[in-house]
Design a protein around this ligand. Structure first.
Ligand SMILES: [Fe+2]
Length: 283
């Protein structure tokens, strides 16, 4: 898949790809070129609804995956929610190698019916959530820049595959993303903003209680060494999950999170999503 033909695909406007100004890989020409190849390929496959492309990862990409995975793995064993750990094991997402989307997709489809589609980068919120209504999860395949293994200004394979994909093996969790997706299809911009807050404090940064312990559900925490260490420190304010408070709480995605919400269980979060749908009188 790593060919110039993909880079020069007529399918997309080359100007569409922009890396944020603070991207650590901006001055690394080889990285920018490879990031561009992933971008074109993912965008074309997503928009033309083609099967996920298969990538052969470079040694340095696998090294980066392995070093981040090793550090996260120790923290996951102690702090991740059961629904996450079970899904990760069942999908055989492991330190050894970066999985391709096709193999994860096959296992997910046979289990919960979720499909993975390649994402070229951060998708617009509405586009991203609306896919969830059809049990489709957009997923990036490129990796962050190796100079900053703990930081990425955009979602990458470490965030998406390690953070978001594992709980998709669980029917209840999939019900949650489906309800959020269904709501996203029907709401106006103001309600979408509230829905984003709900997603942020659950799917992205949520905590739940399991057997009297605080466990991490959110992909943004589970895919980030910094956020994980921060979430279990005394520097973060953990509030009990309450729908109205969650909807009233803003967030800053450029810094470590200062406020997190902890629900009694995944079921409590799903019930809150259903309550929101009823409150807004949505189908
Ligand atoms: Fe995310």
């Amino acid at each position: 898949m790593d060919s110039m033909a993909d880079i020069n695909s007529p399918w997309v406007d080359p100007e569409v790809l922009s890396m944020p100004d603070n991207h650590p890989g901006l001055s690394d020409k080889d990285y920018v070129r490879r990031r561009r190849m992933f971008f074109y390929s993912a965008r074309e496959h997503r928009l033309r609804k083609l099967p996920s492309p298969h990538f052969v990862y470079l040694d340095e990409e696998t090294d980066l995956w392995q070093s981040v995975f090793k550090r996260l793995d120790d923290l996951h064993a102690r702090h991740a929610a059961r629904v996450y750990l079970d899904g990760r094991d069942a999908l055989r997402i492991e330190r050894r190698r970066i999985p391709n989307l096709g193999e994860l997709d096959r296992t997910l489809q046979a289990s919960t019916g979720v499909r993975l589609v390649p994402a070229e980068g951060l998708l617009h919120g509405k586009t991203y959530f609306e896919l969830w209504a059809d049990r489709v999860m957009p997923c990036t395949q490129f990796l962050r820049h190796a100079s900053q293994p703990e930081y990425t200004p955009e979602p990458d394979a470490i965030h998406d595959i390690i953070g978001h994909v594992p709980p998709l093996m669980d029917d209840a969790y999939v019900q949650l993303i489906e309800v959020v997706g269904q709501m996203a299809r029907q709401v106006d911009a103001e309600r979408l903003e509230h829905l984003v807050r709900f997603y942020w404090f659950t799917i992205e940064f949520g905590l739940i209680e399991e057997r009297g312990e605080t466990r991490v559900l959110g992909a943004g925490i589970l895919s980030s060494i910094g956020e994980l260490e921060h979430a279990i420190s005394n520097d973060v304010e953990i509030r009990p999950f309450e729908l109205n408070n969650v909807l009233a709480t803003g967030f800053d995605n450029t810094h470590l999170q200062s406020v997190l919400y902890k629900a009694g269980s995944l079921d409590e979060i799903i019930a809150a999503a259903e309550a929101l749908r009823n409150r807004w009188k949505l189908a």
